[in-house]
Design a binder for this molecule. Sequence first.
Ligand code: SF4
Ligand code: SF4
Length: 331
Amino acid sequence: MNPEYLKDLKNCHLCPWDCRVNRLEGERGVCRVGLPEVAYTGLTQVLKTFAVTLLGCSFKCIYCNAYRLSQYPDSGWIYRGYVEPDDLAWEALEAFETPFARKIGAKKLSFTGGEPSIHTPYLEETVNILRQDIPDLEVGLATNGFCTPNTMKRLEKLSTYINFEIKAFDSKLHHAITGASSQPVLENARWLALNHPEKIRVFRTVVIPGINDLEIPKIASFLKDIDPTLPYRLVGFRPHFLLYYHPGPSRNLMHNLVKECKNLGLEKVDYSGYTPGGTLMVGSSFKNELKNTYQLLNQAGCYRRPRSCGQCPENKHCPAIVLEPWTNLPP
Ligand code: SF4
Ligand code: SF4
């Protein structure tokens, strides 16, 4: 299998890890994936889309709610695999024709994961094929924003709207939470917001008490300085992966953070989700975000500090891929 549209994967530098591996010949970079592989597809009633969930990610986020597919293939789970773009496009067309799709008005395509940007040529090929039949097809993308400026431009071109996640502002903390720098993410966010604000459905951050609470006002200020009308959504953390025993945010914490962001001048801020009886972190506990994060990483088997998965000699067999998070007891 070596189709022309996948030529970028022969010397992959789609993201800032810049691995330069030949993903078509069995070499693996930080994301560990070769061919673009699909976990599953489905019609989603809420988003009215045919959603394609892709495998693999450029990050190893400590709170990933989809770690079995984001850390594929190391997670050991078996998913659907490579699907020819022609077949995927045909599947989407058929799905749009079903009575259920007609009933819910589903006629969009969306890509999620894992991290879709590590499969950009596959996204482009599928969208191009589908737009031959549906020229005005809307395409949604959910991304962690960690890609090269060139990849970001390609993603902007193929998308109608983008959900862009910023996990932390401070790069040290971003390294700890994700294994990577926040710099490329912030640069891409700025470029997109300045040049294609109409493509931004929302910027979002998962709020993790004691891990990234303090980052929320920093991200809000960063967005406000670009454009005070940019939409920003805070999402309440739910326990997953290395943070399996970590508490979620209380409703008050989410309310207070939204208020703080608005007080900073960002106009369109809201939140979804909180933990009933969850944490309202105050005072000194805020100061320990890095320490808290590294304690959890040590607990899971990652002793690298600073944590940077691209430079880590163990990134081909990361010990922090915890298959049963409930065995990873709190520090
Ligand atoms: S981590 Fe980035 S540069 Fe490396 S192989 Fe994956 S997509 Fe390519
Ligand atoms: S051990 Fe290495 S690859 Fe694994 S999470 Fe830590 S820095 Fe990343």
